[in-house]
Write a protein that binds this ligand. Structure first.
Ligand SMILES: [Ca+2]
Length: 481
């Protein structure tokens, strides 16, 4: 195993970085307070003289990849994939090493991000599904706080009335057309397949991650995937360049996040970290000092309440349009992590959750998976383990990978193990994600972990009950109604 995998996995990225909750940020903020005091006098004078825009509300630029692994960027520990713009942003802001989506598929991931509500409760848990009628999103909530809210790129949500984004033709015009603050989301199509022909990556020189079968087809696919990752990084650079030229950069929060993991077995379509864990970098001039890192655990459902607080609203006042929220209300499932951004906290969630179904992907039997993870351990429950796991990777030999693994499994023990464990899983899986970040060594049969597993199982089942998730019954019933 190459050093970078273990280095990235335990969150030791950027060794020189100071912890976000440390003294340095406080000192930085004190300096900024002094600077801000002086600035207030200046701004007041300018406003009096020229009626300049003194709106304190920051703009928000959120850039979303599509099917990008949490660790596939230079700043997240992969030295082979070229991501200079993401790496540069990481040097300018706060890099989260423990950020997660609850579902490793496009539509459920986006809709939990935009609604702040977990997939089963909002109705969009299978892929290609829509939220329940009447669901309200950040578009409604931020508009009510005076924001223009636009989206460029991939949608993958519905119904339309739940996500009434502006559809900007010109990015620069959208950023500058009036003084109302903007929240602009750019949802890229990269690095979702089909992957392009490799450019600048050599199949003979790249390192194959330890949880993939190392063969010619995997190496070629990795090079195509990396080429698409670099294409996404170029888009990030382009958007940051446009923001700079708009003159709004100093009052704009930039968030770059990777959505969910790629199609390689064990990534997308699973509850393993390679699918659920996500890159999350925030740059906020004058609030977040450069080159910070946090290991606090955040989830995608925490993002919407955070944006509400950034925009000057109170997340607890929000009506998501959905019953079954915390305390039987209609609020968000997530909580604002503003205190992390301001350097006033170092912790957020004790656990994060995962939910997966093969409904909406293939016609065969569903394959329901649920998971819970804390900083050290991951507990996974496979609700129909007797079924064989299938998805478009195994059924259609997506990106020319799966058939090559099956071919190699006939003569290669490791390939045989990797293909078997992907399609045939035990009822329970338990991993020490600190020591085993790519979840290769299932500890569920070891008695010393039984008590910890039982505790996590209880928490997971309580979460499912709060979500209205009845497990197999939910999987085999109608959804999104
Ligand atoms: Ca996706």
């Amino acid at each position: 195993m190459r050093a970078y995998f273990s280095k990235a996995a335990v969150g030791l990225i950027g060794n020189a970085r100071r912890d976000a909750g440390g003294i340095s940020i406080n000192r930085y903020n004190r300096l900024n307070l002094l600077k801000a005091s002086a600035l207030c006098v200046t701004v007041a004078l300018v406003a009096h003289l020229s009626f300049a825009d003194t709106s304190p509300k920051p703009n928000i630029l959120l850039i979303l990849a599509d099917d990008l692994a949490w660790n596939d960027a230079g700043c997240y520990g992969n030295p082979e994939v070229r991501t200079p713009n993401i790496d540069k942003l990481s040097k300018q802001g706060l890099t989260f090493t423990q950020a997660f989506t609850a579902t490793a598929m496009c539509a459920p991931t986006r809709q939990q991000l935009y609604t702040g509500v977990f997939p089963v409760r909002n109705g969009a848990y299978p892929n290609h599904s829509k939220v329940k009628k009447g669901t309200r999103s950040i578009v409604h909530h931020l508009q009510a706080l005076g924001y223009r809210v636009g989206l460029k790129g991939k949608k993958h949500f519905g119904p339309a009335e739940s996500f009434p984004f502006d559809k900007p033709k010109s990015i620069t015009e959208y950023m500058t057309k009036d003084n109302a603050p903007f929240c602009l989301i750019f949802a890229s199509h990269h690095p979702h397949p089909k992957w392009p022909q490799p450019k600048g990556y050599d199949p003979n020189k790249i390192t194959v991650p330890p949880f993939l079968v190392d063969n010619v087809e995997t190496r070629q696919a990795l090079c195509r995937y990396y080429t698409a990752v670099t294409a996404f990084d170029t888009e990030v650079g382009d958007y940051l360049d446009r923001l700079q030229k708009s003159g709004k950069a100093d009052n704009t929060i930039v968030i770059v996040t990777s959505e969910q993991g790629p199609d390689f077995p064990g990534g997308k379509w699973t509850c393993y970290d390679y699918g659920l864990r996500t890159q999350f970098i925030v740059k906020w001039p004058d609030v977040i000092s450069p080159d910070k890192e946090t290991a606090a655990m955040i989830q995608y459902v925490d993002v919407a309440p955070t944006l509400i607080e950034i925009a000057g609203g109170n997340p607890e006042d929000i009506d998501t349009g959905l019953n079954g929220g915390p305390n039987s209300g209609r609020g968000f499932d997530g909580r604002s992590f503003m205190s992390l951004l301001r350097g006033k906290a170092t912790q957020h969630n004790n656990v994060v959750f995962g939910v997966h179904t093969t409904q909406g992907i293939i016609a065969g039997k569903p394959y329901p998976v649920r998971s819970i993870r804390d900083r050290r351990y991951k507990y996974i429950i496979n609700l129909m383990p007797e079924a064989m796991f299938q998805n478009i990777m195994t059924e259609k030999n997506y990106e020319n990978i799966w058939n090559s693994w099956i071919r190699d499994a006939k003569t290669d023990k490791r390939a045989a193990r990797l293909t078997k464990r992907y399609q045939h899983r035990p009822p329970e899986e338990f991993y020490d994600v600190d020591r085993d970040p790519f979840e290769q060594n299932n500890l569920a049969d070891q008695p010393q972990y039984r008590e910890q597993m039982n505790q996590m199982k209880e928490q997971l089942e309580a979460w499912m009950a709060r979500q209205g998730d009845r497990g197999v019954k939910t999987e085999t019933g109608k959804f999104g109604q």
